[in-house]
Ligand binder design. Structure first.
Ligand code: ZN
Length: 380
């Protein structure tokens, strides 16, 4: 990996603030979402994030200044935690933590509370939830039920059996990491790897909790109240931080991703923030015009169909559509006219329509002889 300072484009004497600013700027440019066509963007972004992770931490930065990447558990030294491990979650996490503004001092604070040697963060959990059409248009609060690991009550997440405590691991002295120093051609190399004895947790449990078998978490049914913002659609995803799986032994919780599916409606279809509904009228109403009451999601509205209205004509009712998820106001309701041609006519109606056609010199039916009787029989 290139020099961390070069990656961030700052000098070796840059202040913490300058490093932070430089990181944010580069991260925005390099985020894979902003570079969908550049397959290297994600790798570059990860390198950048790794560089920032090290340089934004005073002690890691000074180790890096002294020993290079080997001093911070990566690169040529080997054995160190991978970038993925360091970051706890995926790329999305990093991005969200920075730009979603969940706060906290360290940009990676959301992911791990005790650094790489602490207990691992719980998994992110994904659920698919179906919501009604109207809920999606106006927003609502719903119950989301799911099964997921939660902190064990019996041991309060420690994993230790009744009246016992976890004890500091003697192998790593509680750090969770074993460091080795060796000489190489390039000088002294320090490598760190997770402690084998405690699995990197820094603590060992002599007699495990009976409820969770030492894991510090148990799987339970959980119900969350989730606010559905107005304007969501199928494919919308809500991210609920710290509502995912509890980590083992008091590890931080993962996040919950709620993927929404909106049930279709019989009356309305969506076109972005607009709603489209069909208005069936007869040929007489289309020709002569009419007025009617149109059902909208906000109640009935008067709709005037002028004479000579063609099939497919659209009437726009402003602000009667879907609330905009981002931004103010609502889309429109589009009432699209459908002209229904009758499929059943009485004898009188056939006579009247035939007379109408004859008056306009229009040819109707499919032959000359016995024309009207054949038309009548077709409708009987
Ligand atoms: Zn327990």
């Amino acid at each position: 990996m290139a020099d961390f300072y070069d990656l961030l484009g700052v000098s070796r004497s840059a202040s913490a603030d300058e490093i932070k600013k430089a990181y944010r700027k580069r991260a925005r440019e390099l985020h894979p979402d902003a570079n969908p066509d550049d397959p290297t963007a994600e790798a570059q972004f990860k390198d950048l994030a790794r560089a920032y992770q090290v340089l934004s931490d005073d002690s890691q930065r000074s180790r890096y200044d002294q020993f290079g990447e080997a001093g911070v558990g990566g690169g040529t030294g080997g054995g160190g935690p991978s970038a993925e491990d360091m970051f706890g979650g995926g790329l999305g996490d990093i991005f969200e933590t920075f730009f979603g503004g969940s706060g906290g001092g360290s940009p990676f604070g959301g992911g791990r509370q005790r650094g790489p040697s602490g207990p691992p963060r719980g998994q992110d959990v994904e659920v698919i939830v179906d919501v009604d059409f109207v809920q999606a248009v106006f927003g609502d609060q719903i119950d989301v039920e799911l099964k997921l690991p939660v902190r064990c009550d019996t041991c309060d997440g420690s994993g230790a059996g009744e009246n016992t405590q976890p004890v500091r691991c003697s192998e790593c002295d509680g750090s969770g990491q074993v460091q080795r120093v060796r000489q190489s051609l390039l000088g002294q190399m320090v490598t760190a790897s997770p402690c084998q004895r405690c699995g990197g947790l820094g603590e060992v449990i002599a007699s495990p909790c009976a409820s969770c078998r030492g894991e510090g978490r148990v799987t339970e049914d959980v119900t969350y109240k989730v606010d559905i913002p107005a304007g969501v659609d199928t494919g919308s995803t809500l991210r609920l931080t710290r509502r995912g799986a509890a980590g083992p032994r008091r590890g931080a919780k993962g996040d919950l991703y709620v993927h929404l599916r909106v049930r279709p409606d019989e009356t309305y279809t969506r076109d972005g923030d607009d709603l489209v509904t069909e208005v069936p009228i007869s040929i007489a109403q289309a020709a002569l015009g009419t007025s009617m009451e149109l059902e909208t999601l906000d109640g009935t509205e008067d709709l005037v169909i002028p004479p000579g209205t063609q099939p497919g004509r659209e009437f726009v009712l402003k602000q009667r559509g879907v609330h905009r998820l981002q931004g103010r106001g609502r889309g429109d309701l589009i009432a699209r006219v459908r002209v229904d041609v009758p499929t059943k006519l009485s004898d009188d109606e056939v006579d009247m329509l035939s007379a109408y056609a004859a008056g306009r010199g229009e040819s109707v039916g499919n032959g000359k002889e016995g024309l009207f009787s054949r038309i009548k029989s077709a409708f009987n």
